[in-house]
Design a protein around this ligand. Sequence first.
Ligand code: SF4
Ligand code: SF4
Length: 371
Amino acid sequence: MTVAVIRAEGPQDVAKLLGLLGGMENYVKEGERVLVKPNICAAKSSSTGTVTDPELVAEICRLVREAGAEPVVGESPIHPFRSSRVFERAGYGDFQRRYGFPLVDLDGAEAVTVRVPRGKVLREVKVAKPVLECQGIVNVPVLKTHLQTIVTLGLKNLKGLVQGEGKVGVHVKGLDDGIVDLNTLFPSRLVVVDALVGMEGELGPTNGRPVEMGLLVAGDNVVEVDATCCRLMGLDPRRVPHIRKAEERGLGRTMGFQILGEDPEKVKRDFDLPDHPELNKFMITTILLHLYHYARRPLDFLMGRGRVPRPEGRVGLRAELCDGCAVCARACPVGAVSMAEARPSIDDSTCILCFCCAEACPRGALYRARV
Ligand code: SF4
Ligand code: SF4
């Protein structure tokens, strides 16, 4: 298993990147139908570091077709966003007409409930039928921070395969384990990370600051690719819970693999990371909190199910940025947000700190605050 990193002028350099790995022919077979899964989570352009560059997605589709397979681009945005509006504003509105490859709204397609045989917290998930009609996945995330999961890369990008409101169910059941569960069900044949423009800061994945990296990263093992991307962000991948869990469950390694092209140490940039308990140097506080919660829910712990322990922190509001749109109230999976005088009010006793509200807020008015 090998990861490749290159400095790139633009999306067209993806052919050079995959050339280091033996070409697209190594990952797709003639006659196959291949799902190309970008990150089109919110209604912002790729220049903001929020979504995958549509030109990169089109280049990858071309390479898939040249290798004899048929690409289908599929994505669903953050709940409760409307796909058509998000695709339009993210630069994907005329994708099919412009590039000649189909773009499927996974939220609008027929849903099928599938079992997750190796699931730890997910027993079953609802996914769009077109996903199941593909024989392989080419996963095309963006290099970004995430206020709940620290980073969102290849492993996390597959949450977009879960239809609509089912996504918030993954948050409720346990996001880090849920992400790993999804990757046991849908292994990526190839991961190509759009690190041309990434995103840093506490308000990733939708409201952080863009970072011009000028890099492309690829590999056939999602854990190795994610670990390499963490190092490009100046972060130890073992500090990221879902990456650590993926390694512990045998999905790949965070070290000890070959990296071709650029040395990550020489092209990395220390990202401004979210204020996350896992990165808190007073780790003992976090451990004690988790032990306390598990002690209160011994059965859930033994069965490996139920709600995750409520982590540290709370949702903070920058009232001056809020326009009272109420998207946060619609995004909350447990009804903890109510609107009062055109401002959100959060019931801390109900809130499970999933940060779906902050992820969905179009104005970056919500953030992860310390208690
Ligand atoms: S916090 Fe954000 S999502 Fe919620 S009402 Fe204000 S602007 Fe809208
Ligand atoms: S209010 Fe709490 S539970 Fe609701 S979306 Fe925000 S963080 Fe999640």
